[in-house]
Design a protein around this ligand. Structure first.
Ligand code: AMP
Ligand code: MG
Length: 417
């Protein structure tokens, strides 16, 4: 963290806020990846991160098998028998026909069934005509058609996963297809979070005048639940430096990352930065983005600290832009490539030069053309703008206005089906 203070000539009083990617790079450079790992059953390994390479100890498939329900035959034999063969037996998936094909013979095969050694093609059931004991085959059969080869999916010895790879449903399928039951993954980062603000009340209580429900802890819960982390909700802390100091101190005893929301700006009741400098070291930046300009990043004992802004939209955007890369780094994951695409803006948009803006918007395709439209009011307190959105419009620092019909850069929220 010392390095950050030294490097960073930019702090809250500096008019030159850090550019988004500079901030991300500083965070990534400050983070020491987690070393500890554990062995888990693959059923518990979804979204976990591989901690050491996994190699295939078998071929997949491990035997030649049929891609269709049909007949396995030998092409040269087919020609000599005028495309008329008799059925020598049946090969089921799991119950193979173990002999070789005799002269003038074909074997009925099911999908996934072992193919007799001297067969070199499979023809679909629907393509043949049965005529008494004979089966008539068409003439256009190609060598090796409908045969799945040994190792065509995974070759024995091949590295299927390397350190830092995240397991998804395909990963679980691959591991189990190799007969692997347990896998070594990095321990999950421990994340603690709390909200700060005198106005905040937990749901279930009645609001007094001037109070609001604390929604940021639920926002964070929703964001963290999707990630390979263990997290604990530390509640609400009043706008009192001493309370914040104590809470941060205690949180640092059991967390890899501490996240707070609120109290990080320059208002009279914003004590996060002061509290942080008392218990830890501060790398404090104003970041040249909107929403989410004030963001405190620092270190308290061995925990990394993120003081996110209080406005819910800002908290969400800064979590996605800065906390997720930190979690990825803790897990030795490669930086995920964000998908950026182009779309035609349906709105006229204005912004200040010198900062990157993330507008919440709806992406749609009409007559093969991609359009994007903002979701109404864009204030950082307007959470409905996020609820309705399926993407961000990303306006870079050098853009000052967008005309209706201009092409803009868009980041879809999710590319999952
Ligand atoms: P602050 O960053 O503390 O100045 O807060 C900025 C705005 O976000 C204010 O309108 C706060 O009331 C609001 N805010 C702060 N924390 C929360 C929270 N946990 N849930 C909902 N709104 C919040
Ligand atoms: Mg506040």
């Amino acid at each position: 963290m010392k390095e950050i203070i030294k490097d960073s000539c930019i702090n809250e009083f500096d008019p030159n806020a850090l550019e988004e990617m500079q901030a991300v790079n500083k965070i990534i450079r400050a983070i020491k990846p987690i070393k500890s790992s554990e062995i888990v059953n693959i059923k518990n390994a979804l979204h976990r991160t591989i901690s050491s390479s996994v190699r295939a100890s078998i071929n997949v498939p491990s035997f030649r098998n049929s891609a269709m329900d049909g007949y396995a035959l030998n092409l040269s034999d087919l020609k000599t028998n005028k495309f008329k063969l008799s059925e020598a037996g049946v090969s089921f998936a799991g119950k193979p026909f173990k002999s070789s094909l005799g002269k003038g013979e074909a074997v009925r095969v099911m999908t996934g069934a072992l193919i007799p050694k001297n067969a070199d093609a499979v023809i679909m059931k629907e393509m043949v005509a049965k005529n008494g004991v004979y089966i008539n085959f068409p003439k256009n059969i190609k060598k090796n058609q409908n045969i799945r080869f040994i190792g065509e999916d995974i070759k024995k010895g091949e590295r299927v996963f390397k350190k830092g790879d995240e397991l998804d449903f395909s990963g679980l399928s691959i591991l189990s297809s190799l007969g692997i039951e347990h896998v070594e993954v990095f321990c999950r980062p421990k994340i603690s979070y709390f909200s700060s603000g005198d106005e905040l009340v937990t749901t279930g209580k009645k609001l007094q005048q001037g109070q609001i429900y604390d929604s940021n802890r639920y926002l964070l819960h929703g964001l963290l639940e999707d990630l390979p982390v263990v997290f604990s909700d530390l509640g609400i802390v009043k706008d009192k430096k001493l309370h914040l100091v104590r809470k941060l101190q205690r949180a640092s005893e059991k967390s890899d990352i501490i996240i707070t929301t609120g109290g990080v700006s320059v208002g009279d009741a914003d004590y996060i930065k002061d509290a942080l400098s008392e218990v830890g070291s501060v790398g404090f930046w104003k970041i040249a983005i909107k929403p989410g300009r004030p963001l405190a990043f620092g270190k308290i004992n061995d925990s990394y600290f993120f003081g996110l802004p209080g406005n819910p939209v800002s908290a969400a955007v800064t979590f996605q832009l800065f906390v997720i890369p930190a979690i990825n780094s803790l897990l030795s994951q490669k930086r995920k490539k964000v998908i950026l695409m182009k779309a035609v803006s349906k709105n006229k948009l204005k912004k200040k030069l010198g900062r990157t803006e993330y507008k919440r918007a709806i992406l749609s395709i009409i007559n093969n053309k991609t359009y994007v439209e903002t979701t109404g009011l864009q204030g950082s307190n307007i959470m409905m703008s996020m609820l309705k959105a399926n993407c961000y419009i990303r306006l870079s620092a050098d853009v000052s206005e967008v005309k209706e019909g201009d092409t803009v850069e868009v980041m879809p929220f999710s590319t999952k089906l």
